[in-house]
Design a protein around this ligand. Structure first.
Ligand code: G16
Ligand code: MG
Length: 220
């Protein structure tokens, strides 16, 4: 039996665009340049670590923790306003069908996200019941690339890490899953996710069996 673990942002839905808009507002207010390249580094990492990366770019690492917390809270308010408006058709193409196929095949499904807003997002997408196990940013002490989020997911599914397949769009997440002894499938650009065991553009046209055979074990 396999345990399939899904990252949320960039794998199930594209909340990266909302994170981007919210962080851009904050960076603009702090007069820190915010480029696509910086945005790429924020993927999969915690809110606090994201802000630290922005401060590093702006040479503002001297900012005190109380002030950092205020900016992070402001960013989250802006972000939550965006995700409250999300519609269920914002699930990425092929994801819903892929999850149903895992369910029919009798394997286990977990969410492994850094986000503290995962419950609200799953609710908006009407996907709360699609997961047997949910582990998110409210439950972990160490953020990706630490493997904690995925190891908790495996443990709660009662499946050994080597029998878990993690779907991730971020390099921090791929690193985390490998550190946890799991197999990885990158979602997105193979050049960026070159450390993943396999990379696919998205779930459309894929079945769980095809992923195991063609992507992870290269049986063509
Ligand atoms: C997501 C995003 C990250 C974000 C993190 C924390 O992680 O990829 O950019 O910083 O959640 O989100 P929040 O501020 O909502 O707690 P994942 O693991 O779902 O890709
Ligand atoms: Mg992600």
């Amino acid at each position: 039996m396999w345990g399939f673990i899904f990252d949320l942002d960039g794998v199930i839905t594209d909340t990266a665009k909302y994170h981007y808009l919210a962080w851009k507002t904050i960076a603009d207010e702090l007069e820190i340049p915010f480029t696509e390249e910086i945005n790429e580094r924020l993927k999969g990492v915690s809110r606090e670590k994201s802000f630290e990366i922005i401060l590093e770019v702006g040479n503002r690492l001297d900012m005190k923790s109380e002030e950092r917390a205020k900016w992070c809270e402001k960013k989250n308010k802006l972000y939550v306003d965006y995700i409250k408006q999300m519609k269920k058709d914002e699930v990425l193409p092929g994801v819903r069908v892929f999850l149903e196929k895992i369910r029919k095949g009798g394997d286990c499904i977990a969410l492994g996200s850094a986000s503290k807003n995962s419950k609200l997002i799953l609710e908006r997408l009407e996907l709360q019941k699609a997961f047997d196990v949910i582990v998110d940013g409210t439950m972990v002490t160490k953020a990706k690339p630490d493997p904690e989020v995925f190891l908790q997911g495996a443990k709660k599914m009662h499946i050994n890490p080597e029998n878990c397949i993690v779907f991730e769009d971020s390099t921090a997440g791929i690193e985390a899953a490998h550190k946890g002894g799991m197999k990885t499938v990158g979602i997105g650009d193979a050049k960026i996710l070159r450390k993943a065991d396999g990379v696919i553009a998205g779930f459309e046209g894929w079945t769980p069996e095809k992923i195991v055979e063609e992507v992870l074990f290269c049986v063509k």
